[in-house]
Design a protein around this ligand. Structure first.
Ligand SMILES: *Cc1c(COP(=O)(O)O)cnc(C)c1O
Ligand SMILES: [Zn+2]
Length: 387
């Protein structure tokens, strides 16, 4: 059995197949995001879902279903296998009988961004990149800096000048150059693309290279395993670019192909956004397949300050295919939910993670959630990074 069963890259729009031996960003034909594909028929024949439980903890115990071809190229800081916590006290306050939270704040650099950067930087190194660059709302840059330092790659991070201090300092602490940009992640992205056009830098922007998504999808594998291969009814995800939502959905599709899920029941996927930057919610309410740019984006949940995702089409597809929904919460609601989660369960969540808590009463009120459904919240990061 090969270390990785990666077979090819597939364009998410034109469906063209591309070779995995080359370092690609988006589809060379149509510039849409690329998705990694694996030899799942072989995996189905030779692998058992129980094999993975017996391995040492961490994201890379799923290596056959991840894109790194040679074990020596894996760059890891111990990401993955985060706890699944039952929330009985918060649940009873909200009259929900089956509320759980996957706590991604235990990842290296304090957020789930570590997962995506672990695979992206490992793969960039494997395919010969020497210099990596990223525009970020904050946490992706911090994670990228850490993994680039660990891989011995030169790195540069562009972020809004008003990004939380921890994000600036965590990059500098690992020797990575930070460029502060007046404006938002979209302005940082413009600055990065100018540098990338001059050559020599590999861009690891969200949805603009295929491998970050692969690290994030492991959240879906871990959830399936933790739920004994019988998934929750509803998953609430704080969506900025929305990559995690798409990635978890991809994981479930792969597990379905492998025949490892019990039954045919897949969760309804919910994108939770901040009212001050809610392009996905606006598109969902209008029944649209793509997003339009959100002007003057503003929210305390800096990771949700993404005016338009490069993967917007995939995000919308995930919501529609799963019979999910999209909901916006105000900063006031986010901060109140952060305090409620802290006081009731002892979890100091990032404002992004707290946004999923804030969405619960709204969805209950709408009758969209039933009190006895199996509900899973993703706390994507630690509140400590926002002090
Ligand atoms: C980046 C980020 C998000 C949003 O993730 P996307 O995959 O871009 O939707 C949510 N929470 C935190 C803490 C983040 O850093
Ligand atoms: Zn294409």
């Amino acid at each position: 059995m090969r270390f990785s069963l990666l077979s090819h890259l597939e364009c998410s729009a034109c469906r063209h197949h591309w070779d995995t031996g080359e370092l690609l960003n988006t589809c060379p034909d149509c510039q849409a995001p690329l998705l990694a594909r694996y030899d799942l028929a072989l995996a189905r024949k030779d692998l058992r879902r129980a094999d993975f439980a017996a391995r040492p903890r961490g994201m890379f115990r799923w290596h056959e279903l991840l894109p790194i071809v040679s074990p020596e190229n894996v760059v890891s800081l111990g990401e993955g296998d985060t706890p699944l916590l039952h929330l009985p006290r918060l649940g009873s306050q909200l009259r929900l009988t089956n509320l759980t939270l996957k706590d991604e704040s235990l990842n290296p650099t304090g957020t789930f961004k570590a997962r995506g950067q672990a695979t992206a930087i490992s793969r960039a190194k494997e395919l010969g990149a020497q210099r990596v660059i990223i525009p970020t709302a904050g946490n992706a840059g911090g994670a990228m800096a850490a993994y680039a330092a660990r891989a011995g790659l030169q790195a540069r991070v562009y972020m809004p000048a008003d990004t939380p201090r921890a994000n600036i300092e965590e990059c500098q602490a690992v020797g990575v150059e930070v460029i502060l940009v007046d404006g938002l992640i979209s302005d940082a992205a413009r600055a990065v693309s100018e540098v990338v056009q001059q050559g020599g830098w590999f861009d690891v922007s969200t949805f603009k290279e295929p491998y970050r998504l692969e690290g994030k999808k492991v959240m879906g594998y871990e959830l399936a395993e933790a739920f004994h291969w019988d998934l929750p009814d509803v998953i609430l995800y704080p969506a900025g670019g929305g990559m995690g939502l798409v990635a978890i959905w991809k994981a479930f599709a792969e597990l379905m192909s492998l025949g490892w899920l019990e039954g045919y029941h897949k969760p309804r996927m919910v994108a939770v956004q901040a009212a001050g930057c809610a392009p996905v919610v606006r598109a969902f309410e209008a029944g649209e397949k793509t997003n339009t740019f959100w002007e003057n984006a503003q929210t305390v949940a800096s990771g949700l300050r993404v005016p338009k995702s490069y993967g917007d089409r995939l995000v919308m597809e995930t919501i529609y295919q799963s019979n999910g929904t999209a909901v916006a919460v105000s900063d006031e609601q986010i901060l109140a939910a952060q305090a409620q989660l802290g006081r009731s369960e002892g979890i100091f969540a990032a404002p992004e993670g707290a946004a999923t808590v804030a969405a619960l009463p709204i969805l209950l009120e709408r009758g969209w959630l039933k009190p006895d459904e199996k509900i899973l919240l993703l706390n994507t990061g630690t509140g400590l990074k926002y002090l």
